[in-house]
Design a protein around this ligand. Sequence first.
Ligand SMILES: NC(=O)c1ccc[n+]([C@@H]2O[C@H](COP(=O)([O-])OP(=O)(O)OC[C@H]3O[C@@H](n4cnc5c(N)ncnc54)[C@H](OP(=O)(O)O)[C@@H]3O)[C@@H](O)[C@H]2O)c1
Length: 301
Amino acid sequence: MNQVLITGASGLIGSRLTEMLQQGGVPVAHLGRTKTSGHVPSFVWDVSRGKIDEDALRRADVIIHLAGAGVADRRWSAARKKEILDSRLQSTQLLYHALERQKYQAKVLVAASAIGYYGFGMSDHEFSESDSPGKDFLADVTRQWEAAVDEIEKLGIRVVKIRIGIVLSNRGGALAEMAKPVKFCVGAPLGTGRQQVSWIHIDDLCGMFLMAARDEQMRGAYNGVAPNPVSNRMLTRAIALALKKPLWLPPVPPFVLKLLVGEMAEMLINGSNVSAAKILSTGFEFKFPAIEEALKDLLHR
Ligand SMILES: NC(=O)c1ccc[n+]([C@@H]2O[C@H](COP(=O)([O-])OP(=O)(O)OC[C@H]3O[C@@H](n4cnc5c(N)ncnc54)[C@H](OP(=O)(O)O)[C@@H]3O)[C@@H](O)[C@H]2O)c1
């Protein structure tokens, strides 16, 4: 790879991906709402105004597209829902038009998507990439986001979409939120606790993005999840065990979750069981296929 351009690079995944690329000696550049600090060339776009510094695209032969307003950062008001959708569609369309206007050298675009594509609440079904999208808000956002990303293929650029599961990192995201109450001895499973959590260690996810950028056989959608999903109860127990903390509270009832986080509670109460078979069939090797090893690595680092 000559140069990789990452959108939304200041976030959880983009910052780890930047580190891993730099460790591998690959030149990286960032495209975001503000310039990122550090030693990485950094370019700015204003997604809602349709403005982009096209110099960002001049040298990039790989584009990794992660930008989007945080799905779990705030309650889903009508305005927030619009921002979650618009930030993804408009940023993708902005890339499309810039790439269409000039013949830049990008050969591949690897885009973030989410397992929310399948909808939540069918834990007896294992979702694979050929399943149809679900019907709730996140499924609808993800379907439209992927459709916008697919347009870029018409420009002769190979497109890979990674349907990301719950990313476990020691620098924020879902694991930090789950570990916080456990650390204070008030951790508890959510809802029935039986719902499946399709998780992935951040380093495996970044490894998948890098493989998708390099492997010319890969195109279309791949689930970005570890091969061994766990129930919410097992995950909460494993976190408590890794932190050597007791777990004594009963599960948090669904109505309390709804009061706390509103419509987003559906995602936490229902979960989804997502298959890693397709990414495994490419020869991808997980460093952290099991939750115990992933948590040991992240919580004891
Ligand atoms: N983490 C997960 O568990 C998970 C799971 C499924 C899917 N994903 C998807 O993967 C992508 C990256 O995830 P992440 O965890 O790294 O997310 P993140 O930490 O929230 O970072 C996303 C980045 O997108 C940019 N951004 C935020 N609001 C924006 C807006 N209104 N318009 C344009 N850009 C905006 C920001 O970068 P700048 O400030 O540099 O512009 C931000 O740092 C996201 O699209 C997310 O939906 C993540």
